[in-house]
Design a protein around this ligand. Structure first.
Ligand code: ANZ
Ligand code: ZN
Length: 829
């Protein structure tokens, strides 16, 4: 009988769904386990093989956990707000709601066709008003606590499309659609004070189980840096320049100062700069460069001296020149640096180019141009001889410098001037603003005090729904198309009842994915974002959690989301925990364990892309080779965490493996017979390996072990039933449909997924019998069962104990013997 994957797969998918096998049960007495995969953006292209890698991996864990007796939550939903759908609407006029519905229908059908065991009763969609009501509610809480504020900041602006661009729409400094050079434009934006949580976001990393590289990425992104702020007085002026430095121990080597082009002292010519016109021109040019272009180490450093202005180094008392240079950024520290060319690479390059002096102030054994390390001070007056650490304290004390902690992390820009996002639920009232500014505003919450005139929409009026529009294009000034809908924009002030208008910005992509894992715990709640009792059930730390961390038990996703998404959602979660929207007992970290899978590249190792025509469509693969073959292949293709190229030959090999498993069924003995001890030994070692490998994400070696076991079974005429059953059980998470079909062929009434995950026996696993072939002068004389791992001497002894062998040797003398471990011994006589 042929292995007809299509028939089998459809059949079991329907039956599993009918029997609601994968439904998670709130408050079940069983131990709970919450497994989460990053929910997809439902693009028009449909499912990608990369999605399948993540989903198959945790589907395997989910199936195994259920068989181990856990109550498993393994949900799925849609992160459906975003640019592609919106741009499609701009181009075609097709409503984003319609496109989203079509795309999610397609994704759901595709996912079901691959046999993932998601609990579809908990499906969520971030664009559903019943969902984004709570995304807005979270924003309202942030505002009330003073964690949201409006500020003018530069955005990427395409002067030709007249549209603000997201970072991903800027390709090499140009607009992704029209190719025009992107400019910076100042625009009012809402920001969230994630920086207030910076220390806790670092601290919390100690509690969780993340891969080392992810922990480093999180820390890097936050970029905590301890240093000092030091003042450099300007000669002949009362003004001074404040710099931020982590190396105040090098201050005797500071031979010039550098200001960022955006430094407030340069905005107008308050310093009476001799060449102000040239300086101004330089500043203008810097505006068109990105931060990355400005700070890249490889880039040539440019700058211009401020003529007629000098500063005094407070340590040496000497006059030093001032420069403006774009390698100094405005948003970091004080936007000004003391340059130490002997000990800082960028300063060194700049100094060499402009012929500036370098003074070595840290002793180093090597004669380097730039020594970046620490050491004993030289050329530093009374501080000579002190080690860097000590010198920093002493010099700071002497100069009365302020200790300062800086973060690379910036506040999070939380508005977009677009349509397809959650409307920001705020209203602006000019009358209230005037009253507040005159000190007659009455009682204000922290957000109202911080943003005079702005107030939150009454919570009873949430969600603020997206109104239908005719034209999805932003306005000429780059405002959201919502700004064009007068009767939506104009409203009543929630504080005074006067005429006011709504915020027309919407939230960024990340808003809905910040907290979605909470909603899965209670997806239809219309009284709160989720019932605290359910949150407690699903997120409470298990007894064996070492640091008491709770949250999602295991979260897998792409490496590309281990910086921003992880950071943003950890921040929002901590905030929700602080205000009590999440129960205390759960702890303030949302994900107890995080893992990340590698990207799948196209055949030959190039990136998969539509333009290269090398995109593999999982649905087509499943139709031709089977969902089970696709799943098993994606687990077998290589180490889970590594980038790996698609290889159709590999896929075909896995398909052949499954076909051979299918054929093996014919050899299974009808009744229970005494087990073949050697095969049983291999089986138990396989159970042990597969069980452990799944937990360690070593899916490729787990599949390899299954292949070895099936190869052993192939060698036999008959397969003992008990061995076969256990083999099917451990194969079932990988190739669920095939395993279920073969299981039922054994006459089983219950599904294989209602069985228990097999335990392995150390004793059985230890039995490693072999057949020792004994030859005399190359002729086989006997085959003896023996323990594996014999030494040559032991093998000789066993061989010579055989009567057949002794007879064949007779009176002759053994000249020498050859030994192949675990296989053969040959006597030469
Ligand atoms: C003098 C010095 C000597 C420095 C030396 C470094 C090494 P992190 O560690 O990233 O915090 N810096 C300060 N503000 C800057 C800005 N706005 N743009 C560019 N660079 C800036 O880096 C802190 C160091 O980066 C500071 O310490 C300052 O240079 C520079 F041997 O001061 B340092
Ligand atoms: Zn008002």
């Amino acid at each position: 009988m042929a292995y007809e994957h299509q028939k089998i797969e459809r059949k079991w998918q329907k039956q599993w769904e009918r029997e609601s096998f994968w439904q998670a049960k709130d408050f079940s007495k069983k131990k709970k386990f919450y497994l989460l995969v990053e929910f997809p953006y439902p693009s028009g292209q449909g499912l990608h093989v990369g999605h399948c890698r993540s989903y198959t991996a945790l589907d395997i864990v989910a199936r195994k956990r259920r068989m181990e007796g856990w109550n498993v939550l393994f949900p799925m939903g849609w992160d459906a707000f975003g640019l592609p759908t919106e741009n499609y609407a701009v181009k075609t006029g097709i409503r984003p709601e319609k496109a989203t519905k079509d795309n999610t229908d397609n994704f759901r059908r595709q996912l079901k066709g691959l046999g993932f065991s998601f609990d579809w009763t908990r499906e969520i969609n971030t664009t559903d008003p019943q969902y984004y009501k709570w995304t807005q509610w979270i924003f309202v809480q942030l505002f009330k606590k003073g964690l949201a504020y409006k500020a003018k900041i530069p955005i990427n602006w395409c002067p030709s499309c007249k549209i603000g661009l997201a970072n991903e729409e800027v390709v090499e400094g140009r607009c992704e659609r029209c190719g025009a050079k992107v400019a910076k434009k100042e625009k009012e934006q809402w920001l969230l004070k994630i920086t207030k949580y910076a220390d806790r976001l670092i601290e919390g990393l100690k509690k969780v189980d993340y891969p080392e590289r992810v922990v480093l990425l999180q820390k890097d992104w936050i970029g905590r840096s301890e240093g000092y702020e030091v003042e450099f007085p300007l000669s002949g002026s009362k003004q001074s320049i404040e710099v931020f430095t982590t190396r105040i121990d090098t201050i005797f080597g500071a031979t010039y100062l550098v200001l960022s082009p955006e430094h407030p002292l340069l905005r107008e010519d308050v310093l009476k700069i001799g060449n102000y016109a040239a300086v101004k021109k330089y500043i203008e040019r810097a505006k068109s460069k990105s931060d990355l272009e400005r700070t890249a180490l490889a880039k040539e450093k440019t700058g211009i001296e401020l003529q007629g202005v000098k500063a005094r180094n407070p340590a040496t008392g000497k006059e030093i020149p001032l420069f403006v240079a774009d390698y100094v950024l405005p948003g970091y520290g004080t936007g000004a640096v003391m340059a130490v060319p002997a000990h800082d690479q960028r300063d060194y390059e700049f100094a060499r180019r402009y012929g500036l002096k370098a003074i070595k102030v840290i002793d180093s054994k090597d004669a380097l141009d730039v020594y970046k390390g620490e050491g004993k001070l030289i050329n530093s007056g009374k501080f000579n001889g002190l080690p860097s650490e000590k010198a920093r304290q002493k010099i700071a004390q002497w100069l009365k410098a302020k200790k300062k902690v800086n973060y690379r992390l910036k506040d999070w820009i939380f508005s977009r001037q677009r349509y397809w996002g959650e409307p920001i639920p705020l209203v602006f009232c000019p009358a209230c603003k005037a009253r507040i500014e005159a000190g007659q505003g009455g009682r204000l919450n922290a957000g109202e005090a911080l943003n005079p005139g702005w107030a939150v929409v009454d919570e009873k009026e949430l969600p603020v729904k997206l109104p239908p529009v005719k034209d999805y294009k932003p306005t000429e000034e780059g405002d959201s198309p919502l700004a064009k809908i007068k009767n939506w924009r104009e409203t009543k002030c929630p504080r005074c009842g006067g005429s006011a208008y709504r915020e027309t910005d919407v939230m960024p992509n990340w808003a809905g994915s910040n907290w979605y894992f909470l909603r899965y715990c209670d997806p239809r709640n219309n009284k709160s974002l989720a019932d605290p009792k359910k949150l407690k059930y699903w997120l409470a730390p298990p007894a064996q959690s070492p640091q008491g961390a709770g949250g999602v038990d295991w979260y897998n996703g792409g490496m590309e989301h281990t910086t921003l998404h992880l950071l943003y959602s950890r921040f929002i979660y901590k905030f929700l925990w602080d205000i009590g929207a999440v129960p205390r007992e759960v702890g303030d970290e949302p994900y107890r364990r995080r893992t990340a899978h590698g990207v799948i590249l196209g055949e030959g190792g190039v990136k998969m892309s539509k333009s290269k025509g090398n995109v593999v469509n999982p649905e087509e693969v499943a139709a031709e080779y089977g969902a089970d073959a696709l799943r098993t292949y994606e687990m077998f293709m290589g180490p889970f965490e590594q980038m790996i190229a698609w290889d159709t030959n590999g896929l075909k090999g896995v398909r052949r493996f499954l076909e051979r498993v299918w054929q093996l069924a014919a050899k299974v003995e009808a009744g229970n017979s005494a087990p073949d001890k050697i095969l049983e030994g291999i089986l138990h070692r396989t159970i042990k390996k597969v069980s452990a490998d799944i937990e360690k994400l070593k899916f490729n070696t787990a599949v390899a072990a299954l292949m070895v076991l099936s190869g052993e079974m192939e060698k036999r005429r008959k397969i003992c039933r008990s061995v076969w059953e256990k083999f099917l059980l451990i194969l079932s998470p990988f190739a669920p449909h095939l395993a279920e079909e073969l299981w039922r062929k054994l006459g089983k009434k219950k599904s294989i997924f209602q069985e228990q995950w097999p335990a392995y026996s150390e004793r059985a696993a230890a039995v490693k019998e072999i057949i020792l072939v004994v030859q005399v002068n190359g002729k086989v004389r006997d085959k003896i069962k023996a323990k594996a791992g014999l030494s040559k001497e032991e093998a000789e002894k066993i061989a010579l104990s055989s009567a057949k062998v002794r007879k064949s040797i007779g009176e002759a003398k053994v000249k020498k013997s050859f030994f192949v471990p675990d296989k053969l011994i040959n006597f030469v006589v």
